[in-house]
Ligand binder design. Structure first.
Ligand SMILES: *Cc1c(COP(=O)(O)O)cnc(C)c1O
Length: 377
């Protein structure tokens, strides 16, 4: 028996929507299904304005454009993240300043952010790792006090909350990913949340290659033209049709994923007392959204041995981010600060198999294999 790391959930209705969409006349961007997807997110989560994008990476690039990043502007973000978080701002000439994570949660902490602010700082980017919220009250307070933008890279954090507020809606901009490894998927795809109405029009313009085409189609202007910089950030309507099949099943998908998460948590929590491993720490302001389940172990060697042991049993568990501050591209650009919590998380974290249809019996198989590994040491 093998237990893969991920199994993308693709309901049959995806194909029905795709076929319907193909014959409805619009398969370019901003068609019927794109509008349905936008309406879903605005109604369900109360986002002020959303725009579907070709990826979360592109939504982050749009956020950098909307913040009007110029060469030399400083952007504070965690080192423990995906390279897209940094690329989006580096492409615009920003100086990325990597922050360490908290000791117990692999999220950027307010104290570290505050220490790194200089007169050149323009943006704080937070990443809600595995869907667990960052300390948004304190981070927004710091941002407002210093006149900074906050961008939430909420790639993991769909349907997760900070004190009841949806993640992605708290900073000036938020981004989701619909990559096949996330909760809700379209293969590749993403969403930009524009939380301040002041940026709504410009967001639409950047989305449509720097044109005011969206206003034109709403009948607000009688011809459209090139009015700003932008790119083709809008996905084909076929991507939206595929996504829509997932949105129709949103509650079902989320219930299944949260169940997997809590099954792991409940079965692995007793292992903490034995000193084998640690389960995720859930801050009191955060919620669980069933994105991934990770454990941390004491030593990097233990993590690698456990990963190999599980693999020998056909169970695919994976490490996660290699720190960006010491990656080949960034090493000589980093200011040399040690980021010990980042390094420790990177070398001791292990993500366990996680997908919608992972039943409790399979979770038990994974947990039993972990138990066997530690008991035989
Ligand atoms: C997956 C991910 C992204 C990128 O998402 P894409 O849709 O693949 O571009 C960005 N940031 C984080 C934290 C991610 O996990």
């Amino acid at each position: 028996m093998t237990i893969p790391f991920n199994k993308p959930y693709i309901p049959w209705s995806s194909f029905r929507y795709l076929v319907r969409e193909a014959f409805s006349g619009t398969i370019a961007g901003n068609g019927r299904y794109t509008k349905k997807c936008h309406a879903f997110f605005e109604d369900r989560f109360g986002f002020a304005k959303v725009l579907m994008t070709t990826s979360c990476s592109d939504a982050l690039e749009m956020a950098a454009l909307l913040c009007r990043i110029e060469p030399g502007d400083e952007v504070i973000m965690p080192s423990f993240t995906f390279m897209s978080t940094a690329n989006a701002f580096l492409i615009r000439g920003a100086k990325v300043v990597f922050a360490d994570t908290l000791p117990d949660v692999p999220n950027i902490g307010p104290g570290e952010i505050e220490r790194l602010i200089t007169p050149r700082t323009k943006v704080i980017v937070v990443v809600h790792y595995s869907g667990l919220a960052c300390d948004m009250d304190r981070i927004m307070e710091i941002a407002n006090r210093n006149g900074l933008f906050v961008v939430e890279d909420a790639a993991h954090a769909i349907d997760s909350f900070h004190r009841g507020r949806p993640l992605g809606s708290i900073g000036h901009f938020g981004t989701f990913s619909f990559h096949e490894t996330k909760n809700i998927i379209s293969g590749e795809g993403g969403l930009l949340m524009v939380n301040d109405r002041e940026f709504e029009k410009r967001a639409e313009i950047i989305w449509e290659k720097g044109t005011n085409r969206a206003s034109f189609y709403r009948g607000e202007i009688d011809k459209y033209g090139w009015v700003d910089i932008g790119s083709s950030y809008l996905p084909s309507d076929s991507v939206a049709a595929f996504l829509y099949a997932q949105l129709v099943r949103f509650d079902k998908i989320q219930a299944a994923r949260k169940k997997v998460w809590w099954n792991y948590f409940d079965l692995l929590k007793p292992f903490e007392q034995k000193g084998f491993l640690k389960c995720p720490v859930i801050p009191d302001f955060a919620t669980v959204n069933g994105n991934i389940f990770y454990i941390t172990v004491q030593e990097p060697g233990t993590r690698d041995d456990l990963m190999a042991f599980l693999k020998s049993r056909g169970i695919i568990a994976l490490f996660h981010y290699l720190p960006l501050h010491s990656s080949p591209y960034f090493l000589d650009k980093h200011d040399g600060r040690a980021l010990p919590n980042t390094d420790r998380f990177s070398s001791t974290i292990l993500r366990l198999p996680f997908y919608n249809s992972l039943g409790k019996n399979r979770v038990k198989v994974v947990v039993e294999a972990i138990n066997e590994f530690f008991s035989s040491r």
